[in-house]
Ligand binder design. Structure first.
Ligand SMILES: Nc1ncnc2c1ncn2[C@@H]1O[C@H](COP(=O)(O)OP(=O)(O)OP(=O)(O)O)[C@@H](O)[C@H]1O
Ligand SMILES: [Mg+2]
Length: 293
C-alpha cells in the first residue's frame, strides 16, 4: 500500500496539508500536558477502565489537573464510569471542550459522540466489510483527533484507557512519542499473566516505553462476615517473579466499586476508607513518585 506522500494526486483534498496540520495541533496540545500515562493490559475485562477512572479521580482529588482519553473507540466505558454520558460537547474554532466529571476530571470518549445508547461505531466505507481494512488506520485517526482537537488546557496528567489487545500500544506510542509510562493491569490468573506478558514485551522491549508497574486487580475479596482475605481467582495470586516489575498495588474486589462504575460516581471519593480505595490511592501516589524520580 502506498503512503499518502507517494500519492500522485490528492484530487484537491490537500491531504498532506490536512495531516500535517493535525499533527501540528497534536504536538501543540501535548506541549501543555506534563505527563501521559497509558493504562493497558492486553487482557480484556480485568478492570483497566475502572482503574483508569479511579486513578484519575484520585489524582484529581490530590490537586492535579487530570484528563482521560478513552482510547477504547469501539467499547468506550469511561464516560459512563465518570458519570458524564449526558454531556453535550461544545465545539469552538479552537477545538472541542471535554466533558468534566463531578470532581473536575476532563474526559473525551467516542461514547460522547454517539447519538444513541446502543449505536455501535461504524466507520465510513462502502460496506462494513470494506471498513475492516481501514479500521486500525481510522482508530489512530480518531485518537489523534481526541488528543489533538480537545481543549485540554494545562494538564498534570493525561491518562489513556486502552482497549484489550497487546497491539494497541503501538498506535498510542506513534501519536505520543514521549509517552511518560504505562501501568499494566492484571488479575491473579495464569491466563491473564500469559497475555499480560505479551503486552509488557511490546511496551518495554519493542516500543521502549517506561513501564511504571503492575496493578493486580481483583486480587482478593474481604469476607464481610470474618474480614479474612479470600482469593477470588487463583490462590497463588500473582507471584512477584512473574513479571519482574514493581507491583504498584493489589486491589481487592469490592461490589461497591462495580456499583459506582455503573452509576458514574467516583468510588475513591464516595468510599475513601475501603481497602480497594486505599490501594488505588496508593497506586496514584506511586505514579506521582515515579515522575518525581
Ligand atoms: N476491583 C474491582 N471490584 C469490583 N468490580 C470491579 C473491580 N475492577 C473492575 N470491576 C468491574 O468489573 C467490570 C470490568 O471492568 P472494566 O470494564 O474496567 O474492565 P476492562 O479491562 O476495562 O474491560 P475491557 O477489556 O472490555 O476494556 C466492570 O463492571 C467494573 O466495574
Ligand atoms: Mg475498558
Amino acid at each position: 500500500m502506498k503512503s499518502f506522500k507517494e500519492l500522485p494526486d490528492d484530487a484537491g483534498s490537500n491531504i498532506i496539508g490536512q495531516v500535517t496540520a493535525q499533527a501540528n495541533r497534536l504536538s501543540k496540545r501535548l506541549a501543555s500536558v506534563k505527563r501521559t500515562v497509558a493504562i493497558m493490559s492486553g487482557k480484556g475485562g480485568v478492570g483497566k477502565s475502572a482503574i483508569t477512572a479511579n486513578l484519575a479521580t484520585a489524582l484529581t482529588l490530590s490537586g492535579c489537573a487530570v484528563g482521560i482519553v478513552d482510547a477504547d473507540i469501539n467499547g468506550p466505558t469511561i464516560a459512563k464510569m465518570m458519570g458524564v454520558r449526558n454531556t453535550t460537547l461544545e465545539y469552538a474554532s479552537t477545538g472541542v471542550k471535554p466533558a468534566i466529571s463531578s470532581r473536575g476530571t476532563k474526559i473525551i470518549s467516542m461514547d460522547l459522540l454517539l447519538s444513541e445508547d446502543d449505536a455501535p461505531v461504524l466507520w465510513n466505507a462502502h460496506t462494513q466489510k470494506d471498513a475492516f481494512t481501514w479500521r486500525s488506520t481510522m482508530e489512530v485517526g480518531a485518537l489523534r483527533e481526541f488528543i489533538g482537537d480537545t481543549e485540554w488546557g494545562e494538564l498534570d496528567y493525561l491518562l489513556l484507557d486502552l482497549p484489550p489487545g497487546s497491539d494497541r500500544l503501538p498506535n498510542v506510542a506513534e501519536l505520543i512519542p514521549n509517552l511518560g509510562g504505562v501501568v499494566v493491569v492484571t488479575i491473579p490468573s495464569e491466563v491473564s499473566h500469559l497475555i499480560v506478558k505479551k503486552s509488557i514485551t511490546m511496551a518495554r522491549d519493542i516500543l521502549k516505553v517506561p513501564v511504571i508497574g503492575i496493578v493486580e486487580n481483583m486480587a482478593f475479596y474481604v469476607c464481610k462476615h470474618c474480614g479474612e482475605h479470600e482469593p477470588l481467582f487463583s490462590a497463588e495470586g500473582t507471584p512477584d517473579n512473574v513479571f519482574q516489575l514493581t507491583t504498584l498495588g493489589k486491589i481487592p474486589f469490592d461490589p461497591k466499586l462495580s456499583h459506582c462504575s455503573d452509576s458514574g460516581t467516583p468510588y475513591v471519593h464516595e468510599h475513601p476508607e475501603t481497602p480497594a480505595s486505599k490501594a488505588i490511592i496508593e497506586v496514584a501516589h506511586k505514579i506521582q513518585d515515579f515522575f518525581k524520580t
